[in-house]
Design a protein around this ligand. Structure first.
Ligand code: 4AD
Ligand code: MG
Length: 437
């Protein structure tokens, strides 16, 4: 009787110990010579070592395996053997049949190291390599953890639009396009304003989607298209939103560590000591005290200046946990920020800075809920009140204190994974000098 052959994936290979299975995938790498070849196979769900022994296959198949080129697609059949020493997944497959699906010629990404620009130009292929594969899997888990947190904490998902008639985060970073009637329309910089409407209708809401900033910044922390999650809650003050940010970050980081600790340490070689320290409460510091501290560390800063990357980096080096900086000068913050009652030069806002120099990952605070004060602030920011009538309505019909924040997915992921540049945390990065592939 012939044995029934299971078609398996690498991720479920442990269910098939000592069984004959077929795997469909691609050749990742190859070594060995003489009578035995070691093929590294990837199938999208994982990586496994396949062993081709000359005695176990036909001579044509052995020749095929011997000349197989990187990234050729193949179908292999063999017996699964559990071996803790086996690379990748603790299992290996002893091949009895091998078939080529499609030949790959001169795959551009060789095993030698390539420059960043070359790899980014080949992003459509680079995402097959084991580190990039890991990062994008962790990204998917982080997205799931974020959604799970808000879905299970009473926040309703209310999607904000992407085409918007007005600015949220300053007029200088708007991507502009044209609506049907020739009217100017912009790509959203943040879904916040719409969440303010939504939280007055549903209490606690969040949106999670791509946002766009025409920032001409060429730093390792800036993308022109990135993903932001933005919770907003009615009857919540600055303190409430700080506690929400702390609880949320602890939950999501713990979820990622539970699922991906091995990927992080073995594949991305991330030292997780500080990431594991994400336990609330986080240290807090007032903006003015942070300025003093930064000045003492030898960097130039005047009260009233915004922090630059070097300031954030030096400041956070002093802590082994995320740091919360509150009460920035109102002047350098967005029009919607509520001013502190006791010291109106400062806003009831907070930035959560990651440890280890990855910069601001969360920004938020309490919103101005008085119509008159808000209108004055909008005028000071050069905004056209006509575009914001709907937003002002929220202050006219049962205005309540409310607060929220935004977390940049890529900044958070870059920190968790320990990546130098955010461009590796998004499948296809859009930056000042790149919008392809
Ligand atoms: O501090 P930001 O600009 O805040 C807002 O947009 C608020 N409307 C959010 C809110 O309160 N609902 O941006 C929030 C976060 C930052 O902390 C950072 O993580 C990320 O978005 N971010 C960027 N990430 C990548 N590239 C950029 N150019 C980014 N700009 C901001
Ligand atoms: Mg900010």
């Amino acid at each position: 009787m012939t044995e029934l052959i299971t078609i398996s994936t690498i991720s479920t290979i442990s269910n098939n110990q000592l069984k004959l299975v077929t795997l469909n995938g691609w050749l990742y790498n190859k070594r060995g010579s003489g009578k035995i070849l070691f093929l590294q196979i990837r199938d999208g769900t994982g990586f496994i070592q396949a062993i081709v022994n000359q005695n176990d296959v036909s001579s044509a198949e052995f020749e095929l395996a011997k000349h197989l080129s990187q990234e050729s697609s193949i179908s292999i059949t063999g017996t699964i053997n559990k071996d803790s020493r086996a690379p990748f997944c603790g299992h290996e497959i002893w091949v009895s049949q091998i078939e080529i699906i499609s030949h790959s010629q001169d795959y551009p990404i060789a095993k030698k190291s390539h420059g960043d620009a070359f790899l980014m130009s080949n992003r459509h292929l680079w995402m097959r390599s084991i580190k990039q594969h890991s990062i994008l899997k962790i990204r998917a888990s982080l997205i799931r953890a974020i959604r799970d947190y808000f879905d299970s904490h009473g926040f309703l998902l209310i999607d904000s639009p992407i085409f918007t008639p007005n600015a949220c985060e300053g007029t200088s970073t708007l991507f502009e396009t044209e609506w049907f009637n020739g009217q100017k329309v912009y790509l959203s910089q943040s879904g916040q304003l719409y969440q303010e409407a939504a939280c007055a209708a549903f209490g606690k809401t969040y949106c999670f989607g791509p946002v766009f900033r025409a920032e001409k910044s060429k730093t390792r922390r800036h993308l022109n298209e990135f993903w932001m999650v933005e919770p907003e809650a009615a009857f919540m003050d600055l303190e409430g939103t700080i506690q929400l940010a702390e609880d949320f970050l602890c939950y999501t980081v713990e979820r990622i560590l539970n699922i991906h600790e091995k990927d992080l340490t073995n594949i991305l070689e991330r030292d997780l000591t500080i990431v594991k320290n994400t336990r609330k409460p986080f240290p807090r510091i007032l903006y003015t005290d942070a300025c003093d501290k930064i000045a003492k560390l030898g960097l130039e800063i005047k009260t009233g200046d915004d922090f630059g990357s070097p300031h954030e980096t030096e400041l956070t080096k002093q802590y082994d946990k995320p740091l919360i900086v509150t009460h920035f000068p109102s002047k350098i913050k967005a029009f919607y920020m509520k001013k502190d009652e006791f010291n109106p030069d400062f806003a009831k806002c907070m930035d959560l800075l990651s440890p280890e120099g990855y910069g601001e990952i969360i920004g938020g605070g309490q919103r101005e809920n008085n119509e008159q004060t808000l209108m004055i602030e909008m005028q000071n920011h050069g905004l056209n009140l006509k575009d914001f009538e709907w937003f002002l309505d929220l202050r006219r019909y049962g205005s309540v204190p409310h607060s929220g924040f935004g977390m940049g997915l890529e900044r958070c992921l870059a920190w968790i994974c320990g990546l130098h540049h955010v461009r590796e945390t998004i499948p296809f990065a859009r930056t000042l000098d790149r919008m392809n592939p």
